[in-house]
Design a protein around this ligand. Structure first.
Ligand SMILES: Cc1cc2nc3c(=O)[nH]c(=O)nc-3n(C[C@H](O)[C@H](O)[C@H](O)COP(=O)(O)OP(=O)(O)OC[C@H]3O[C@@H](n4cnc5c(N)ncnc54)[C@H](O)[C@@H]3O)c2cc1C
Length: 399
């Protein structure tokens, strides 16, 4: 006996997107989230400013989320990548690649608001929040989830359980799935600043102590991701606004003139967590529960959304048992290349850009020059960066 066809644990950016994509499919879908359904209490709808790939913008549009938040987004038309103290620079222009923009930047809070508004429209979705998954039991034909809710314990039975419950996934550990984990010993500080000259470009600058990114936002503001060694994080956290801006100038330079008015600062210790399997009998992991990446390539949500939309596409097309082994096998096959390739690229970039060995510094500058000058090399990188890697879910293909 099943209450549901699909039960999603975790209503963060990825779990909510999956629930919305399944709306209207005829499947009985449930969404369980530990935080109450308001944007201020939801942990992932926070101060982050997300760089959304072109494929992600297409997909959010297709599932009716972009209509609620697109007006708050800023197109990324140009990208500038450099390494402090070295000569190679990559300059990318969307027009050279036949697109209006590589993607867009959007505060996570705005995306969260849009997802919550869109979830409110999903009439057949069973939302349980706040509620926490506390125990999981799997049998041949059913997964049973015991939830702690405000009204006491509740058990839900489903034909497929989806773990969208983030980096510390309880679903993943309950399934006995091991992960490869790397502590980068880096901490990212996220804030918003106002530069003297409004940015028309997304900047990524690598330095010996970690990358710094400046993303264009509305009203001439910039979203900053400043990465520092974790051994220095307490000092950086204690800096006053002037000290934080001075550190930003030291790392980023003066390309945009004087930076000012830093907003609230939030920090994230950076770890890579890579599940050794992402499919199990009657269960699947998506988003950060399956893989948590270094934010250097701005790929985490973009990749997680492709997990969610591929799963939705297969579930809707199958029109049978959503926990069927063959269906889950097909999901694993379709996601493998994109998942492995994107995770490997983010990890390599994080390590490669921080390495200070002199031969590598030269190689790095030459590589940046090559990407700047060699069109086919640039085209491949741009296509993957825009989210078109592996077998792309149909919803992400066209605007
Ligand atoms: C500094 C920084 C910058 C980033 N920038 C970008 C970017 O520019 N572009 C990009 O694509 N990605 C970016 N990312 C990555 C992106 O933020 C994440 O990949 C994305 O938020 C993951 O979403 P998720 O839904 O998988 O997990 P989460 O956002 O972690 O959501 C998990 C949800 O599950 C809930 N939950 C957990 N346990 C339980 C339980 N037992 N029961 C019920 N609910 C539970 C939690 O409350 C939470 O709401 C960045 C990350 C960082 C740290």
């Amino acid at each position: 006996m099943h209450d549901l066809d699909v039960l999603i644990i975790g209503g963060g950016l990825v779990g909510s997107s999956l629930a919305i994509a399944l709306d209207g499919s005829g499947l009985r879908v449930g969404l369980v989230e530990a935080a109450p359904p308001t944007v201020d209490l939801q942990p992932s709808y926070d101060e982050r400013n997300l760089a959304l790939a072109h494929a992600t913008v297409n997909a959010l549009d297709a599932i009716g989320v972009w209509a609620q938040c697109g007006a708050k987004a800023t197109p990324i038309r140009r990208i500038h990548v450099s390494r402090q103290g070295e000569f190679g620079v990559v300059r990318l222009d969307a027009a050279d690649h036949g697109v209006d923009a590589f993607g867009a930047t959007l505060p996570a809070r705005e995306l969260g608001n849009a997802l919550l508004a869109r979830l409110d429209e999903c009439r057949s979705l069973q939302r349980v929040a706040p509620a926490k998954l506390e125990a999981l039991a799997l049998a041949d034909d059913v997964a049973s989830a015991r939830l702690a809710t405000r009204n006491g314990a509740q058990t839900m039975r489903t034909r497929l359980l989806v773990g969208a419950d983030g980096t510390q996934s309880f679903v993943r550990s309950s399934l006995g799935i091991e992960c490869d984990a790397t502590d980068y010993a880096q901490t990212a500080f996220v804030a918003t600043v106002t530069p003297e000259r409004a940015p028309d470009c997304a900047y990524e600058r690598f330095t010996a102590t970690g990358p710094v990114a400046l993303l264009p936002l509305m009203q001439g503001r910039c979203g900053v991701v400043l990465t520092v060694p974790t051994s220095d994080a307490a000092r950086v956290a204690s800096l006053d606004d002037a000290g934080f801006i001075a550190l930003l100038h030291e790392r980023f330079g003066w390309r945009l003139g004087r930076l000012s008015r830093p907003g609230k600062r939030v920090s994230y210790p950076l770890k890579r967590v890579y599940a050794q399997r992402f499919v199990a009998p009657r269960a699947v992991l998506v988003g950060n529960a399956a893989q948590t990446l270094h934010p250097i390539g701005a790929q985490g949500f973009n990749l997680g959304l492709r997990d969610a939309l591929t799963l939705a596409e297969l579930l809707i097309a199958a029109n049978g048992d959503p926990g069927d082994t063959a269906l889950l096998g097909e999901y694993a096959n379709r996601r493998r290349d994109d998942r492995d390739g994107t995770a490997r690229a983010s990890d390599a970039l994080a390590r490669w850009t921080a390495n200070e060995s002199p031969p590598l510094k030269l190689l790095r500058s030459l590589s940046l020059l090559a990407v700047d000058r060699v069109a086919p090399l640039q085209a491949g990188l741009v296509r993957r960066g825009m989210g078109f890697r592996g077998q792309v879910p149909r919803l992400a293909l066209t605007p």
